[in-house]
Design a binder for this molecule. Structure first.
Ligand SMILES: Nc1ncnc2c1ncn2[C@@H]1O[C@H](COP(=O)(O)OS(=O)(=O)O)[C@@H](OP(=O)(O)O)[C@H]1O
Ligand SMILES: [Mg+2]
Length: 323
């Protein structure tokens, strides 16, 4: 099967990272460190990126990794204690890890977009992670601008499962599966196949500043969705659409940040998870997401994720609003 090695390595690395994040979250109520763009980062974000990059650097030494974090702040002398905490958590999974190794693995994730690259969000939804809500470890392989493999580990997501902890895995042309975090018995999943059901739901961000919740409600209504939204942090929202829990995920530009461009690591894994489950992903103008341009989706604005059946209706409603 195509991309079998890549898929297995991505699963192994993302599950180990998810385990590290859960240990941090249960053991120490992590503090947020503020990044230059004022968004939060924690020792779990750094540990997750270090573990995954370590695995990718070993298995695919020629593949660049475009990850969300870098080790610049962690290298500052006043961060020595935090760095050694990260090394301890990584060391529980990769024995004898040193702080220097942690720094070099994290910085392995500062590669550039090329003909073949990995993109990584070590914790997507850091705000959700800090609130003890949803978050995801998101890893994807992109070739020639198209996502080929995607893994989403969502340790706090339950949906209809017996206990929290779900993993979504997709390979181009081979469908999407969902399993628990032991990876056993993966089930093929499909988007919801109805467009007129009164029970259809839509998902959106918890953080009001990451979208336009008023406009999202109007567009969902125009597409025939009468239920209130389900607010969920991170690419867990893509998992909700892929598994049929929701029919639509809307992410329209916030009026406060109209020029914001989405980051590739916030969408690559989720995109293939939904597409391979039979759904559709475009920007708000109906254009496919272009993962070949760099770390940002510079040619796209907003994101519309649907079960496919609702998609044209949503794009038409958006066009009507702006015409
Ligand atoms: N202004 C604006 N508009 C749109 N998106 C933004 C914006 N600012 C940040 N971000 C990105 O949102 C990522 C978090 O995704 P979600 O909004 O789905 O989750 S959450 O509800 O915020 O937790 C978050 O990813 P993480 O940094 O990994 O948490 C950001 O990359
Ligand atoms: Mg992140």
């Amino acid at each position: 099967m195509a991309y079998e090695t890549e898929k297995q390595i991505a699963i192994k690395a993302a599950l180990a990272a998810g385990q590290l994040c859960e240990r941090v979250r249960h053991e120490i109520s992590p503090e947020a460190i503020e990044k230059k763009d004022r968004s939060p980062v924690t020792i779990a974000d750094f540990g997750s990126q270090a573990l995954i990059c370590r695995e990718l650097a070993t298995e695919f030494p020629n593949d660049p990794v475009v990850g969300e974090e870098d080790a610049a702040e962690l290298k500052q002398p006043e961060m020595a204690e935090r760095l050694s905490q990260v090394a301890d958590y990584v060391g529980a999974i990769a024995p004898n890890t040193t702080p220097d190794q942690v720094v070099s693995w994290i910085d392995h994730g500062n590669g550039s977009v090329g003909p073949r690259y990995w993109t990584l969000d070590p914790i997507d939804g850091t705000k959700g992670f800090l609130r003890k809500d949803q978050y995801a470890v998101a890893l994807a392989l992109v070739e020639d601008g198209e996502v080929k493999v995607g893994v989403l580990v969502c340790p706090a997501l339950q949906l209809s499962a017996a206990q929290p902890g779900l993993m979504f895995v997709a390979v181009r042309g081979e469908g999407t599966t969902m399993s628990g975090l032991d990876g056993q018995n993966p089930q093929t999943i499909k988007v919801v196949s109805s467009e007129n059901d009164p029970n259809l739901r839509f998902v959106e961000s918890v953080e009001s500043g990451h979208g336009n919740q008023a406009q999202q409600a109007e567009i969902a209504k125009a597409a025939g969705i009468t239920q209130d939204s389900l607010r969920m942090d991170s690419q867990a929202k893509y998992g909700a659409v892929a598994s049929g829990e929701a029919a639509l995920y809307l992410r329209l530009p916030s009026p406060k940040t109209p020029d914001y461009r989405e980051k590739i690591w916030d969408h690559a894994a989720g995109t293939i998870v939904v597409e391979e489950a039979g759904g559709r992903v475009t920007d708000m103008h109906g254009k496919p997401l272009d993962f070949s341009q760099g770390a940002k989706l510079v040619d796209n604005q907003g994101v519309v994720v649907s079960n496919g059946l609702l998609h044209d209706k949503v794009i038409a409603a958006l066009q009507q609003q702006t015409s």
